[in-house]
Write a protein that binds this ligand. Sequence first.
Ligand SMILES: Cc1cc2nc3c(=O)[nH]c(=O)nc-3n(C[C@H](O)[C@H](O)[C@H](O)COP(=O)(O)OP(=O)(O)OC[C@H]3O[C@@H](n4cnc5c(N)ncnc54)[C@H](O)[C@@H]3O)c2cc1C
Ligand SMILES: *[C@@H]1O[C@H](CO)[C@@H](O)[C@H](O)[C@H]1NC(C)=O
Ligand SMILES: *[C@@H]1O[C@H](CO)[C@@H](O)[C@H](O)[C@H]1NC(C)=O
Length: 512
Amino acid sequence: MEILLKNPTFLLQILIYFHHFTLIFSRTPEFSILNCLKTQKITNFTLHPSSNHHSSVHYNHLLEFSLQNLRVSGDSTPKPTAIIIPETKEQLANSVLCCRRSSQEIRIRCGGHSYEGLSSIPRGSNPFVIIDLMNLNRVIVDLESETAWVEGGATLGELYAAIAAQSSYLGFPAGVGPTVGVSGHFAGGGIGVLSRKYGLSADNVLDVGLIDAEGRDLGRAQMGEEVFWALRGGGGGNWGVVYGWKVQLVHVPEKVTCFGVTKQGPIHELAQLIYKWQLVAPNLDDGLHISIYTTSTSTKVDLNVIEQDYIEMSWIESVLYFSGLPKGSTIHDLKSRYSSNKFYMKTKSDYVQDPISIEGVENLLEMAALEPKGLLLLDPYGGIMDRISDDSIAFPHRKGNLYNILYALFWKEEDDENRCLSWIRSIYENMTSFVSSNPRASYVNYVDLDLGTIDYTKNNNDIVEISKVWGKKYFLGNYDRLVRVKTFIDPQNVFSHQQGIFPLNVRTHDEF
Ligand SMILES: Cc1cc2nc3c(=O)[nH]c(=O)nc-3n(C[C@H](O)[C@H](O)[C@H](O)COP(=O)(O)OP(=O)(O)OC[C@H]3O[C@@H](n4cnc5c(N)ncnc54)[C@H](O)[C@@H]3O)c2cc1C
Ligand SMILES: *[C@@H]1O[C@H](CO)[C@@H](O)[C@H](O)[C@H]1NC(C)=O
Ligand SMILES: *[C@@H]1O[C@H](CO)[C@@H](O)[C@H](O)[C@H]1NC(C)=O
């Protein structure tokens, strides 16, 4: 200290030297992350081809592997500086720290099924890194406690297959797509055919391992009940990286009965069926789940099923039956993570609280008929969903909801994106008076950027207020509590996306 004060030129030299160094670093973000990863002995990663360290073939393969929405795969979509594939919890924590040290935004990817591709794109123009959890996909089933420990990168198919390998009487309530990741899914709730009986996936989570923004490894006891509450339904990508989930498995009978019936007919007849379905399906015994799936050429409904339509099978066979995998697929196929048939996609969602009038249903079907690639999925609520309180976990859509509507559109390159988007937006607009209002509720796992986004090029001093617009739609009365949890667990907003939950006292231009 004394020496420096007596020798100011020396101090000056040091400063210049340092300044020079930082300039070199900031010109090549790949260089700085590469060094950090090497130091931490993280070997499975690939850098952007412009770094000349890795081939573009390898990079593109890893980028596309779990990227499920082609809308975010084009040349105009910003590409990550690096894709890191940690293989242990320690590597995961160090990956987070390396990204922070080299000023990279962090994207966490599990199954990559975010309907807006949020796990693969940056929120603005900052450089970013994808931490892809595909190698953290172990599932350990404990028959004695009837629980499973599921690593944060596993898929639903891997979870289902691991349970079935050990038991024919245990199952787990979660969604139907086998390549959907457990982490995005559980973080947003996770609804499936067992949900009227056993609730959401998130209702059956017992513990969570979370890597926070400081790279700390927190279990339920360390993170506290408020954070644990937020992790169950408060949406993926907001809190930290979930390294693993401990879940309660549920009892399934030896045989379950499934049916899928296709009804075709004039709109006014199908509207009668759907009109009746909404009065019946949410009030059936908890053990019955009957959803409606419509495309403009066919409508699958349950009413008037005849005996031959029923097929008895084991629970795991029913998982395969609903999985969308080709006929003849086996339990082993549930574990395949790659979907080769990729689409451009857009979804929106609604909650229905009062039965829609027959005219309203006709309206819906008429609008649906305008787009051959459009589809609607009507999922009944009720059952145990009515008996779990709105704030038991962060997912809020409980008693009073008859069903959820998913509006979806999957298209290919040759289709006209503008036509597709305008169809789905107008059907949503058209349904306004028939669905929930003040706020018009949405399901966060059917994430929809039309509800609003943060513009990162601007100063957003009132960011918490701006994000209330979508926050209230996804989380209703739980939104304010989620903001408090966010402020506690991630005050610097390290984990975020276009439609995040933001901490109090952070402005977007202050980040990093
Ligand atoms: C074919 C298909 C079928 C579906 N079926 C159903 C269904 O039956 N029921 C239902 O409820 N939903 C369903 N969904 C919606 C699905 O639940 C959501 O898209 C879910 O968020 C996908 O999770 P993911 O891990 O695959 O996605 P990702 O894109 O990997 O992640 C989604 C979000 O979670 C974050 N995230 C991922 N991993 C972690 C982690 N380890 N820690 C913290 N944040 C993380 C991501 O950053 C991103 O913001 C379906 C979606 C598709 C495409
Ligand atoms: C990295 O992980 C991927 C996915 O499991 C695997 O295909 C690849 O071989 C691994 N690469 C290295 C260098 O370990
Ligand atoms: C909704 O669609 C129906 C049928 O296509 C149409 O008659 C009606 O005017 C539309 N309503 C709105 C609000 O757009």
